[in-house]
Design a protein. Structure first.
Length: 200
């Protein structure tokens, strides 16, 4: 099994440095262009199916990358972005500095805002998705596209990284827009072949 795990293209909230989380934002013009370029780069990859976050920015990225291919696309809430609760939509500059610092640099100290999700919660639901998909007999020899979000991608990759830990959650950085992580799963062992590859 080979998995191509992609973060969505750019949105206006990315540009405005707003917390998106579970908010259903759309790709901006640049985001559409990035997804199209990525789709061209992956046009020869024989995707069998696609799993996507149900949020529009991920679904649209998947649609543009697949570029009209007749393959099944399955929305799955388990790979939706982390929720920031009451802080959704706020500009980074207007948030408590300690919140952002902990979220991006001291993840073991991060505490979710009111109504939001803890990192342990997104890790648990993406792990459930991972175990489900990688154990399906009919997918063992297939190549699959997974369209998701920055934090959700890193949570999913906790099942792959050899040095996985809450302290090293981000693995050096937030995945870039339309960054692709390529993972091979063989005999219950996952190997990261490529990390955060961009084609633009």
């Amino acid at each position: 099994m080979k998995l191509y795990i992609i973060r969505h293209g750019e949105t206006q909230w990315n540009v405005q440095r707003r917390l998106q989380g579970a908010s259903d934002t759309e790709l901006n013009e640049k985001g559409v262009a990035l997804a199209k370029v990525t789709g061209k780069a992956l046009m020869d990859v024989p995707f069998y199916c696609c799993f996507t976050s149900p949020l529009k920015r991920a679904r649209e990225t998947a649609r543009l990358v697949l570029n009209g291919r007749e393959i099944p696309v399955y929305p799955d809430e388990r790979i939706q972005e982390i929720s920031f609760g009451d802080w959704e939509g706020r500009e980074s500059a207007l948030l408590p500095p300690s919140m952002l610092d902990n979220f991006f640099h001291h993840t073991e100290r991060y505490q979710a805002p009111e109504g939001g999700e803890e990192l342990s919660q997104i890790c648990a639901r993406t792990k459930a998705f991972w175990e489900d998909i990688t154990s399906r007999e009919e997918l063992q020899d297939k190549t699959i596209l997974i369209a998701s979000h920055g934090c959700a991608v890193r949570a999913l990759l906790q099942n792959v990284y050899e040095d996985a830990s809450v302290e090293n959650f981000w693995h050096g950085k937030v995945p870039p827009n339309c960054g692709v992580n390529i993972v091979e799963v063989r005999e219950n062992k996952a190997i990261l072949l490529e990390e955060d590859v961009v084609y633009y």
